[in-house]
Design a protein around this ligand. Structure first.
Ligand code: DAH
Length: 345
């Protein structure tokens, strides 16, 4: 009869030959299963004489323990191998450079706006903000813009449902802000007391049906308004010269007023500027519309045009930013290309 040591030997070999946990379980069944070899040996014990039973039983138990130990060792080895395989498959190369989180920066238009706000702030101007979806009244009618004015044409203006428009300029903020201001000082006005002057700028987005290298359907303007009892064109000129020289950080710069027409100013003027040096030296560049606020507009603000007078201007921020940063194509501002935008960080 085969010695138990040989049986153990066969079991160890069978376990070693199992390459998967399933194969190992099959091998286990051959030795330890219900009809396995060791189980059969146990069953045979019953037929042995009492004196042999004890010694034989001890031998079987010893063999069983060895087989179970071998089984456990093989199970562990297979599990280790599987884990090692998995780790290799999911391995990370920790020497690869990480993905950087880019640092953001302010958009050049935002930077230009902040400059404009700071400069006018230093001259005592408030900053006002208002809706981009505007009513016909604020965008056109209150600004003395007649129904047959070309600015009202479908070709120029984005109309939205309900007869509202995407504001075509920041000028509606003149009315909105003045009305608020007048309301806040109603009591003084009714008592015939002087009203604190209106001195405000309103930068923001504006919209027109227009698109090429120097026009975008969405663009930016800054409106300026100064209304009081004794405000003249010379104040407009000094304010605008101070602003434009501060904005471009040079006093080597001239401005001129060129007669023009706007429904909400009378007289009206375009403001042109000219650098005294640099690549644009000697070329007049149009930077703003302006004028003395029309009496009808003063009336629409809730003020008496016999007593109150003022000036307004509306400048293109994108144009100013292009000149300041040396950008030749307006569309670069709105393409969202990081190669361009990251230069302004
Ligand atoms: N709103 C005008 C435009 O978009 C610009 C303008 C002209 C604004 C004269 C003014 C002004 O405040 O007085 O073309």
């Amino acid at each position: 009869m085969e010695a138990f040591s040989q049986l153990v030997q066969r079991a160890v070999q069978a376990f070693a030959g199992a390459r998967t946990p399933a194969e190992l379980e099959d091998a286990k069944a051959i030795f330890l299963g219900k009809s396995g070899e060791l189980t059969a040996q146990m069953k045979q014990l019953a037929s042995l004489p009492v004196d042999e039973k004890k010694a034989r039983g001890a031998e079987i138990n010893a063999a069983k323990q060895q087989v179970e130990a071998a089984l456990a060792a093989r199970r562990q080895a297979l599990a280790d191998a599987e884990l090692a395989l998995q780790l290799r498959a999911e391995s990370l190369d920790v020497t690869l450079p990480g993905r950087r989180r880019g640092s953001g920066g302010l958009h050049p238009i935002t930077r230009a706006m902040e400059r404009i706000e700071a400069i006018f702030g230093s001259m005592g101007f408030e900053v006002a903000d208002g809706p981009e979806i505007e009513t016909d009244w604020f965008n056109f009618t209150a600004l003395n813009t007649p129904a047959d004015h070309p600015a009202r044409s479908m070709h120029d203006t984005f109309y939205v449902e309900g007869g509202q428009v995407l504001r075509t300029h920041t000028s509606p903020m003149q009315i909105r802000h003045a009305v608020r201001h007048v309301k806040a000082h109603r009591a003084a006005l009714d008592a015939g007391l002087p009203m604190p002057e209106i001195r405000v700028i309103a930068p923001g987005r504006t919209y027109r049906v227009d698109s090429d290298a120097t026009h975008s359907p969405m663009f930016h303007q800054v409106e300026g308004l100064w209304v009081g009892e004794n405000i003249s064109f010379k104040d407009l000129k000094s304010v605008y010269v101070s602003f434009i020289r501060a904005f471009f950080e040079t006093s080597n710069l001239q401005i001129r007023f060129r007669p023009s027409y706007f429904p909400f100013t009378e007289p009206s003027a375009e403001i042109d500027m000219m650098f005294g040096s640099g690549p644009l030296k000697g070329r007049w560049l149009e930077v703003s519309g302006s004028g003395q606020v029309h009496p009808q507009v003063i009336r629409n603000m809730g003020l008496d045009p016999e007593r109150y007078i003022g000036f307004a201007f509306g400048s293109g921020i994108d144009r100013l930013a292009m000149l300041r940063y040396g950008v030749s194509d307006l569309r670069l501002f709105f393409d969202g290309d990081l190669r361009f935008l990251s230069q302004f960080k």
